[in-house]
Design a binder for this molecule. Structure first.
Ligand SMILES: [Zn+2]
Length: 238
């Protein structure tokens, strides 16, 4: 029975590909068998930052504030006009959070080889306002954390929460973004983070205001926690 059902499923999948072949999120060419959401060419040409680790780097610069950040990592450069931006847009706005999860799994598998996750105890996705989550149906950063968890086995925590809503960041300059992000986040059960090394996870780092606000919220509530950050996308420094 199982064989028949699998066979039928496979046949339906093949038929589905024939009628509406899945295409690469980036270049929109039809995917070959074995490719999933992104074609091998686009994956090979992903504009990688190659930034990860605990050395002082361009991301550390963006996150320089009162809270020390241990390690930073970003998978690829994100430009709104780039076709690669669709990886983030589809995951965030088009009900395809599995893209974020799968990309994060690919990235985490790579970072594992460089010991990036050594000593990290907990993944903390940047939260969105509960109303926004109801409307969108999901929080894409939780799916990024799931992808990292699949690669590393590190647990996902829900200690970061939104204290109040905030207006859209997209048309604000760096200072306005910082002002807008301050005091939005707070830490639930901070004592449970005592002495832990947490990895804050977000989709894109632009000015760093959101990640800094999250880091500050953790550091203020539980100063003994160490903090690192990981994002999929990173805009270039202006
Ligand atoms: Zn492609």
């Amino acid at each position: 029975m199982g064989r028949t059902r699998r066979g039928l499923t496979g046949w339906l999948a093949d038929f589905g590909r024939l009628v509406m072949p899945p295409v690469c999120v980036v270049c929109h060419d039809a995917l070959s068998r074995g490719e999933d959401f992104i074609c091998l060419d686009c994956l090979a040409n992903l504009p990688r930052t190659c930034i990860h680790g605990d050395g002082f780097n361009a991301l550390h610069q963006r996150l320089a504030g009162r809270t020390p950040i241990q390690r930073t990592a970003a998978m690829f450069y994100y430009y709104t006009q780039s076709l690669y931006a669709d990886l983030i847009h589809e995951a965030k706005y088009n009900e395809r959070p599995s893209i974020a999860r799968k990309l994060a799994k690919i990235y985490a598998d790579e970072l594992l080889k460089d010991n990036f996750f050594d000593g990290i105890d907990l993944l903390l996705p940047v939260p969105i306002h509960p109303l926004k989550k109801i409307v969108r149906g999901y929080n894409q950063t939780e799916h990024i954390a799931m992808g990292i968890h699949e690669a590393t086995g590190i647990k996902i925590g829900d200690n970061l929460i939104v204290k109040r809503g905030h207006t859209s960041q997209t048309r604000k300059n760096a200072y306005d973004r910082w002002l807008n992000s301050r005091d939005i986040y707070m830490t639930k059960s901070p004592a449970s983070l005592a002495g832990l090394h947490v990895l804050i996870v977000d989709d894109v780092i632009t000015t760093g205001a959101t990640l800094l606000a999250c880091a500050d919220a953790i550091h203020t509530a539980e100063p003994s926690a160490s903090i690192s950050v990981l994002t999929l996308g990173a805009t270039h420094l202006r």
